[in-house]
Write a protein that binds this ligand. Structure first.
Ligand code: NDP
Length: 302
């Protein structure tokens, strides 16, 4: 099997040992005549922008879970699969849970300043409503981890499809869910329908003291809308991992706002050790003509 690797130069050294170990029969190449390849392993930063000449390719396997940079490529007619990887899922659940616990325990309330801030009994997890926007691979896992700690969790998805152990609402009930979301975790893909979904009106629905944690995509809320809402105190704090422009420019107001925590798109990495076996399984399926895993729906954009 001949597989073309198209990702940033640094990714080659990072990925080849794990990929070749997971699929020893594969010949992995960084270049070559397009028609010789059976599949493409893809991540942003690679050199393929026109997929037309890759006429024998049966699968384009993304190394990223978010596929907004490739899904709109009109030359891509081959099947596109996104990354679903147990390490990525675990990492995202830990990220969401960790920052949710910071919000829940009020960790920022305490400082080494000689003030004895006693007198308030903080709510237990079961008294703190969490909402998870996006009930896909990552949203479901984060919701389950938080529910396992005792938080009442409500999920929101496009379809409202059932998820065991979590109450899920369809997107047309978003406003009701926001009205009681004390911690709002956003794990939506970047699509035309999710862009600017959390507008000023919706942010104003959040309860007093609510936190937003957004490791999904930065296009969900317009920067100036979020900054204005933070200035009004609703939400009380935003933990942001993803941005319209990355790296976030040093002069951006998010870096300096006291109610914003910036993390540099590190919520969940795709780790070769856990992801390579997933890639290998899908490539084997592609070659054998078996049903492919984690296919992207081009019309939905995720
Ligand atoms: P999935 O494709 O598995 O799930 C997407 C979820 O979003 C689904 O539940 C879907 O609903 C829901 N959804 C899509 N559009 C809408 C809409 N308009 N309104 C309401 N719900 C909607 O994605 P993952 O869970 O695997 O990943 C989510 C995102 O996380 C990625 O797209 C990526 O942007 C981001 N990400 C960030 C990382 C980081 O390090 N910061 C790392 C990896 C991913 P339904 O179930 O009905 O289809």
């Amino acid at each position: 099997m001949k597989v073309r690797f198209s990702a940033s130069a640094a990714s080659w050294d990072e990925w080849t040992p794990a990929l070749c170990a997971a699929l020893p029969e594969m010949s992995l190449e960084q270049d070559g005549p397009p028609e010789i390849f059976d599949a493409i392993i893809y991540a942003p930063g690679g050199d393929i922008s026109d997929f037309t000449p890759y006429r024998n390719v049966r699968l384009v396997q993304s190394l990223w879970a978010g596929v907004e940079r490739i899904v709109t490529n009109g030359t891509l007619t081959q099947p596109l699969a996104r990354m679903v990887d147990p390490g990525l899922t675990q990492g995202m659940s830990e990220y969401c849970t960790g920052w949710a616990m910071r919000a829940h325990l009020g960790m920022d309330h305490y400082a080494q300043d000689g003030i004895w801030r006693n007198g308030q009994t903080p709510p237990l997890a079961q008294e703190r409503q969490v909402a998870v926007l996006g009930m896909g691979e990552l949203g479901r896992a984060a919701a389950h981890m938080l529910a396992g700690l005792g938080f009442p969790v409500t999920g929101v998805s496009a379809s409202g499809g059932a998820v065991p152990g979590v109450e899920v609402r369809p997107i047309d009930q978003l406003d009701q869910v926001l009205g009681r979301a004390q911690i709002l975790i956003c794990l939506l893909p970047d699509t035309p329908r999710t862009r600017n979904l959390l507008d000023a009106h919706r942010l104003a629905l959040l309860p007093q003291g609510a936190w937003i944690i957004n490791p999904g995509r930065g296009t969900l809320i317009e920067d100036h809308v979020l900054l204005h809402a933070l200035d009004q105190g609703r939400p009380a704090h935003a933990v942001l991992d993803v941005f319209r422009s990355e790296p976030l420019p040093p002069e951006h107001a998010f870096w300096h706002h006291p109610a914003v925590t910036v993390t540099p798109h590190i919520a969940a990495a795709t780790r070769p050790a856990t992801a390579a076996p997933v890639v290998a399984e899908n490539l084997r399926r592609a070659l054998a003509g078996l049903p492919l895993l984690h296919l992207v729906d081009r019309t939905r954009g995720y």
